[in-house]
Design a protein around this ligand. Structure first.
Ligand SMILES: *Cc1c(COP(=O)(O)O)cnc(C)c1O
Length: 452
């Protein structure tokens, strides 16, 4: 190890507090310090290369140091790095908004920028609640969401996405939410056939949502796959049914496509698979190709126009952040969407999605400790359990998921688990050979840990 590495490690251990990290373990360990990137690889400061198997936390699309994106950002830096969107505008912010509306599900007409997935969700919730206040249905102030949903870590997004492990200390800060059980056969509908679970989940949604319709402003959903829950997939019929129930009961339908947006599921947006248009759409992670923090909340014209009026009526959406619509982020976003077109990213993903599906069924599912594999596009969860038949989990202290990622790292692949669910989220542009390497290494790593 170089002296530079030793110095940075000492400083990291002395000064940095890492997110979602038990710092006691971290400080007892050798940190992996990434210095650069190259295509679908990350390079640490000792020169070791790793395949980026989770797209730098689910956001990278075209790889690292993608020429078109780098050049777009450099060109924007030569003009201006930041100017506010409050009371002023700028070309990349305007052009990206037009572009987003042109690719978003039909019916969405306005773009409200922010900086992260959580802030896109906060804006969506506040827009929904204010909409009903402005529209005169002032009792519609509650939000509904799915069990084990994840929508971010700010207080509002935590409220709609409550997860015991993450949020138990902050329960008193959270507002109450109407919770629906998604058709997850291993958790809520144990032992049921998937078709029966689907029917039960739809019936339950119908009853709960219709029962509280006069109090509900909106339902927020991660369409098709609940990422941070552990890649819980649901069929398009569930999404369609929720959309329809909301329409009938005049409840706004918010799609949180922070993880699924920008091609992750094989279509530009997950909602397209089900042919549904939400009233409000939240996007972040992939919007800049995974380069810079930028997010957007898209709304229909009907919602937008409810906020119009004389200044003195104070109907404005009084909400925003200092860096809202940052020009560098917007420039990266525009360049990323151009690459989607010029390099036919969505088309070229399709065989990779099929290959993944086949390998999951043939190589992973037969393993002794793999109880389930779930996939939508290039979004995958591989669930490990101590006992495959009864699905008895490993004891938490065994940290099986964590051990698997350490094995993978030794073999030159970076992944990050969710508990004992191994997550694969490669950049959309990953090469065929690289994808094969990713799967081979992860398979070997799972075997090495679980068959030990
Ligand atoms: C990651 C994620 C968020 C939060 O996004 P941040 O940018 O981390 O704040 C919200 N919703 C979903 C579905 C996510 O996957």
């Amino acid at each position: 190890m170089s002296s530079r590495y030793e110095r940075l490690k000492r400083l990291d251990h002395a000064y940095v507090w890492h997110p979602f990290t038990q710092m006691q373990d971290w400080m007892a360990d050798e940190p992996c310090i990434i210095e650069s990137g190259e295509g679908h690889y990350l390079v640490d400061i000792n020169g070791k290369r790793y395949l980026d198997g989770v797209s730098s936390l689910w956001c990278n699309v075209h790889g690292h140091r993608k020429r078109e994106l780098d050049e777009a950002i450099k060109a924007q830096v030569d003009k201006i790095a930041h100017s506010t969107f409050l009371g002023l505008s700028h070309p990349p912010g305007i052009e990206l908004a037009e572009k987003l509306i042109s690719i978003a599900p039909e019916g969405l007409k306005r773009v409200f920028y922010s900086d992260d997935g959580a802030t896109a969700v906060e804006a969506a919730l506040k827009i929904a609640v204010q909409y009903w206040q402005l529209d005169g249905e002032t009792k519609r102030t509650r939000i509904a969401s799915l069990g084990e949903a994840y929508h971010g870590d700010t207080v509002g997004s935590m409220s709609v996405g409550y997860a015991e492990t993450f949020h138990r200390f902050h329960r008193d800060l959270l507002f109450p939410v109407l919770r629906l059980n998604p058709p997850h056969v291993f958790r809520y509908y144990e032992g049921m056939r998937e078709a029966d679970a689907l029917k039960h989940a739809i019936d339950e949604a119908e009853k709960k949502l219709a029962g509280e319709k006069d109090a509900l402003a909106a339902l927020i959903v991660e369409p098709l796959i609940q990422g941070a829950a552990g890649m819980w997939a649901h069929p398009v019929e569930y999404l369609r049914a929720l959309r329809e129930i909301c329409r009938r009961n005049r409840i706004l339908f918010i799609a949180d496509e922070v993880a699924t947006g920008f091609g992750r599921t094989g279509r530009m947006f997950a909602c397209e698979h089900a042919g549904v248009t939400p009233d409000i759409l939240c996007v972040a992670k992939g919007i800049t190709g995974g380069y810079l923090p930028l997010a957007a909340t898209l709304a229909t014209e009907e919602i937008f126009s409810a906020f119009l009026g004389e200044y003195k009526e104070f109907k404005s959406f009084f909400h925003g952040h200092t860096y809202t619509g940052n020009p560098l982020g917007c420039a990266a976003g525009l360049a990323s969407l151009k690459v989607f077109e010029s390099q036919k990213i969505l088309e070229r993903m399709q065989p990779k999605i099929e290959y993944l599906r086949e390998r999951l069924a043939k190589k992973f599912l037969p393993l002794d400790h793999v109880t389930d594999t779930r996939q939508w596009g290039l979004m995958v969860g591989i669930e490990l359990a101590e006992d495959k038949q009864t699905r008895r989990s490993y004891p938490v202290e065994k940290r099986i998921g964590h051990k698997v990622i350490l094995e993978a790292r030794r073999r030159g692949v970076i992944i990050r688990p969710l508990g004992d669910v191994v997550i694969l989220m490669p950049p959309l542009a990953i090469g065929d050979d690289e994808l094969k390497t990713l799967l081979d290494v992860v398979c070997e790593s799972i075997k090495a840990v679980t068959e030990r």
